[in-house]
Design a protein around this ligand. Structure first.
Ligand code: ZN
Length: 420
């Protein structure tokens, strides 16, 4: 008999950690960090987790799940939980976002971790660029799409899906009680909606579907903006701006980075990146990447502002005092840091106001709209629907024939044999 339990992402966006168990074998889908973790108020305003004891601190405050035989022994520091591998556990990662991979640096090295080849490559490139995991570095084992991995009684198949990071995947886990499908984070308005649809159709009739529900909330009204529209808004802004263009592009969305590099080139402008992003893009294999300071300095930008686009991070803001910015320039927010809910967003707005720089939001969401989530569920038509990674999971309405179970966090195990 197979069971499923949920160790994060319950009533919150993020921290997907889904455990499927059968005959003493375990498959763990994603192992992320909560974006708003329990007891977050203990660690703020300069009070941080102790780097060496970070896992202990997280376990102690409920920010890491108390699962036995997952964590490495040398990170436990006496926390009362069995550590080390049980040789019967494997981990599969949906994509390289912190709420899905943030805790894998604490997993025992003998436990295999799998992901798409692109996710593994991106994680290596990020580490090379200084964006390391908490704990120990870890590169997942790449698995090709639709080449099932057999692990104990399970067969796990990876399917590429569309999200705002390269290499995003959904999974189908075959158990003795049927298939458990997991969307990871998914959408139908990105560059590859056909991938998300193919995944949903491939897992049609699944015993259970675990679906993300980021956009499920009472306040959500907006129609999804397609990725082609984002490209067009960027091209239009370059055409209509006489001076220097400032932007914040989400740098892990490497397909958008590549597209923006091409659009900028056509518009006769060069994008200048901070050092960590330049390192990431060069490591990934992009050509003609220019780094602020070493490749292009302030004097060069001042001499010809209309030739450039400058990627701006919060740390960079005081440099704007040296640059020719004002009403003839603009700031384009394309999902880069800081996000609108980050406290540094307000600081950025103060800078733009002080310098009289007009600001436009040209990005889109990484997550399917409520209508598209319902469409995905209709394509799958699972027996059981588990909405996860959502503040209001009860806003998803299952189609006839599908039972909706709202997961509870932690110890509650749901038998997939139930009412079969
Ligand atoms: Zn997520």
């Amino acid at each position: 008999m197979a069971d499923i339990s949920f160790w994060g992402g319950v009533g919150v966006i993020g921290a997907s950690r889904i455990l499927i168990e059968q005959d003493g074998w375990r498959v763990l889908l994603d192992f992320g960090i909560d974006l708003t973790p329990p007891n977050a108020e203990l660690f703020q305003h300069g009070v941080a987790l102790r780097p060496e004891y970070a896992l202990y601190d997280r376990l102690r405050t409920g920010q890491a799940p108390p699962l036995p035989h997952i964590y490495r022994e040398d990170a436990m520091h006496g926390f009362p939980l069995p550590a080390g591998s049980d040789q019967h556990t494997a981990v599969f990662i949906s994509h390289a976002h912190i709420d899905h991979i943030g805790l894998i640096g604490w997993i025992d090295p003998a436990i295999p971790i799998y992901s798409s080849p692109e996710t593994a490559r991106l994680m290596d490139a990020l580490a090379h660029a200084g964006e390391t995991l908490e704990g120990y570095s870890r590169t997942p084992i790449p698995v090709e799409e639709q080449h099932p991995v057999t692990f104990g009684p399970f067969r796990i198949t990876r399917y590429p899906v569309d999200h705002n990071v390269i290499g995003a995947s959904g999974y189908a886990v075959e158990t003795e009680d049927g298939v458990v499908a997991f969307t990871g984070d998914i959408r139908l308005h990105g560059r590859h909606p056909e991938l998300s649809e193919s995944f949903a159709r491939a897992v049609h009739g699944a015993r259970a579907l675990v679906i993300e529900g980021t956009t499920l909330s009472a306040g959500f009204r907006e129609a999804p903006r397609f990725e082609s529209t984002v490209d067009k808004l960027f091209a239009d802004a370059l055409r209509d701006t006489p001076g220097l263009v400032l932007m914040s592009l989400y740098h892990r969305d490497l397909e958008r980075v590549e597209s923006f590099l091409n659009i900028a080139k056509k518009a006769g402008r060069k994008i200048i990146w901070p050092e960590n992003m330049a390192t990431l893009f060069k490591t990934w294999g992009f050509h003609d990447i220019l780094e602020f300071g070493s490749d292009v300095d302030v004097a060069t930008i001042r001499g010809n502002p209309s030739n450039f686009i400058l990627q701006v991070t919060p740390e960079f803001l005081p440099w704007l005092l040296d640059l020719p910015v004002g009403p003839g320039s603009c700031f384009l927010h394309a999902n880069g840091p800081p996000g609108a809910r980050n406290h540094r967003w307000d600081v950025l707005q103060e800078w733009l106001k002080f310098l009289h720089v007009p600001s436009w939001s040209i990005g889109n969401r990484g997550h399917a709209s409520p209508d598209d989530l319902n469409q995905l569920v209709e394509w799958v038509q699972p027996d059981i629907l588990f909405p996860l990674h959502s503040q209001e999971p009860d806003r998803i309405i299952p189609p006839p024939g599908t039972a909706r179970w709202l997961p509870q966090r932690g110890g509650r195990r749901y038998s997939l044999d139930f009412a079969k």
